[in-house]
Design a protein around this ligand. Structure first.
Ligand code: PLP
Length: 381
């Protein structure tokens, strides 16, 4: 087991543990894989994990940020990220958020509708600025992932429909305080089948050909994020295959001369470096089941309840060589407060520490105070 268990013993549970050396190794791998592609740019999707310690490491590595709210832009600026490397998406940007982004001087708005474009133009005019915009296009490409995390289907709320793309571009060209600089896509999350990204490339190639026939070329293509991690084997596969991921784009996407390609990876950057550490409160034996009741709940890590996600669950302090079957559950008054069913674990006893692995992305940041619980703390070492 690659967790510093000794150091956990004096920390109040539940808490998130972030492995600094794994985060650094992951960032180094990304930088290495990007070396061969000098026109590629990574904007870390800050919604995956906005913890200050985590952000500082990513900022030091030189990456930009993909934000989906004004609060995220603020957090990125506080962490020292360069505003000129921030991209900003979201279907419902409020006026104050647009103003904040304009004042900060972000790289671009990823615009998701025509009415939003109009408002950005107005607000930019009022500030005497020109807003750089990409259009987020809904490519109607499915992803082989959970329905709640596909975003690129025509029925999803995200982006502008492909058939409205030219109209939007023509409109942007008419607007005085808008500078149209590219196209943006994002098809979903936790994608492990490179075929899904190949399908996105094929769609972008079609769209670029279509635009070229009308004399339109764009400077920037942003393909979003979505690269998945191994939830089943966090120790065997601690770092996602970034090389294969970037190669997929290099092979399949036909970039025009001088075009820049942008990525917005979140989960793949921070997922594996995090674990939620929790303590066994009770082992409750019923007639049909045995429950291992821990002090973390869905308020600390909601992914299992929200997405049917499964995190690898380890009893990291049991000294037993017997293995038993447990449903691992939290204390919250919801039947969905279940981390794992029929988990095979070494015999669990009160006080044992349990690790939920691969919890660095969409863990701490999604925590809430339901049942008037405290928010989990996080530690990086
Ligand atoms: C969530 C999101 C991402 C990051 O997704 P991951 O699966 O964490 O890589 C990137 N771009 C946009 C627009 C997003 O909403």
């Amino acid at each position: 087991m690659n967790l510093p268990i000794e150091k956990f013993k004096n920390i109040e549970t539940p808490f998130y543990y972030y492995d600094r050396s794994l985060l650094q190794a992951t960032l180094d791998t990304i930088k290495d894989s990007l070396k061969e592609h000098e026109n590629y740019h990574l904007h870390y999707a800050i919604k995956a994990n906005a913890n200050m310690d985590v952000l500082r490491e990513i900022q030091k590595a030189g990456f930009g940020v993909d934000a989906v709210s004004g609060g995220e832009i603020r957090q990125a600026l506080n962490a020292g990220f360069d505003a000129r490397k921030i991209v900003y998406a979201g279907v419902g940007k409020a006026d104050w958020e647009i103003n904040l982004a304009l004042e900060a001087g972000i790289f671009c708005f990823n615009v998701e509708s025509e009415p939003e474009l109009q408002i950005i133009n107005e607000l930019a005019k009022a500030q005497g600025k020109t807003a750089k915009v990409c259009f987020r296009i809904n490519p109607n490409v499915g992803a082989h992932t959970h329905a709640n995390i596909t975003t690129g289907l025509a029925e999803n709320k995200f982006g502008i429909a492909m058939q409205d793309m030219e109209l939007a571009i023509r409109e942007a060209e008419e607007l005085s305080n808008i500078d149209f600089i590219g196209l943006h896509f994002h098809i979903g999350s936790q994608i492990l089948d490179m075929g899904d990204f190949e399908a996105l490339c094929a769609r972008i190639n079609e769209l670029q050909d279509r635009l070229e026939q009308q004399g339109i070329t764009v400077q920037n293509i942003n393909v979003g994020g979505g690269l998945g991690i191994s939830y089943d084997d966090p120790e065997g596969k601690p770092i996602p295959d970034f090389k294969a991921y970037f190669e997929t784009y290099a092979k399949n996407l036909k970039l025009r001369d001088g075009q820049h390609l942008h990525f917005e990876l979140g989960r793949a950057v921070v997922g594996q470096m995090g674990s939620l550490i929790t303590k066994v409160l009770y082992v409750k034996k019923c007639h049909v089941k045995q429950f291992c009741i821990v002090d973390a709940g869905m308020s600390d890590l909601i992914r299992p309840a929200l997405y049917d996600a499964h995190h690898s669950i380890q009893n990291i302090t049991s000294s037993s060589s017997d293995v038993e079957t447990y449903d691992v559950v939290g204390p919250i008054c919801e039947s969905s407060d279940v981390f794992g069913k029929d988990e095979q674990l070494p015999t669990c006893s009160r006080g044992d520490l349990i690790a939920m692995r691969s919890a660095g992305a969409y863990g701490e940041i999604m925590a809430c105070q339901y049942n008037c619980r405290n928010l989990p703390k996080a530690y990086m070492f």
